[in-house]
Unconditional design. Structure first.
Length: 185
């Protein structure tokens, strides 16, 4: 009976905790269309800053510090969600077969996109910022490798809450996808 007591106490404690509240980033469609000579593209898992890779939603304060709370979490792992969104947008924009790594098809992809973020943040000035660098690799060795820096800012609409920040993030990712397609592919 004494062994069961700690298990019952843990079960009682778990029953008293508040349910997790999660926020999904809305899916938006891109209205951009770009032709590419890559028939297939592998989207590498994105690299995010530490604060942006956590489940907790981080925001910049007026003094420049970045804070997060555990009361509201992203609905999906941020790196996975951003990678899937970029993959979906690039497929939609180019018409190419685009899939996130690991590449699920037998034949290798003809191109690869690798995005490394330095910033992915709801800033204190009500802008959502995506900044970093992307790399496009020609897997077939035709000399079309590219690298470019990006800095995209999208306004966070009033009332400037988490849902509006998630919507601004979705728009910024769509813009980044269009930039990669137009300048990199």
């Amino acid at each position: 009976m004494t062994k069961a007591l700690p298990i019952l106490a843990l079960a009682a404690l778990a029953a008293c905790t508040a349910p997790e509240v999660r926020l999904a980033t809305p899916q938006i469609d891109s209205d951009v269309s770009v032709r590419t000579s890559f028939p297939s593209i592998e989207m590498r898992m994105v690299s995010l800053p530490t604060y942006a890779s956590a489940e907790e939603i981080s925001t910049q304060q007026a003094d420049g510090t970045i804070t997060s709370g555990s009361s509201l979490l992203w609905a999906d792992d941020p790196a996975r969600a951003v990678t899937l969104a970029l993959s979906r947008h690039l497929s939609q924009i180019t018409g190419a077969t685009v899939a996130p790594e690991p590449w699920p098809f037998d034949a290798y992809a003809s191109g690869r996109v690798d995005v490394r973020f330095t910033d992915m943040l709801a800033r204190s000035d009500n802008q959502f910022q995506l900044a970093g660098q992307y790399f496009v690799v020609d897997s077939e060795g035709r000399g079309r490798d590219r690298a470019a820096l990006f800095d995209i800012q999208e306004p966070i609409e009033a009332p400037h809450g988490p849902a509006q920040a998630a919507e601004a993030r979705a728009r910024a990712i769509s813009k980044l996808s269009a930039e990669i397609a137009q300048k990199g592919l």
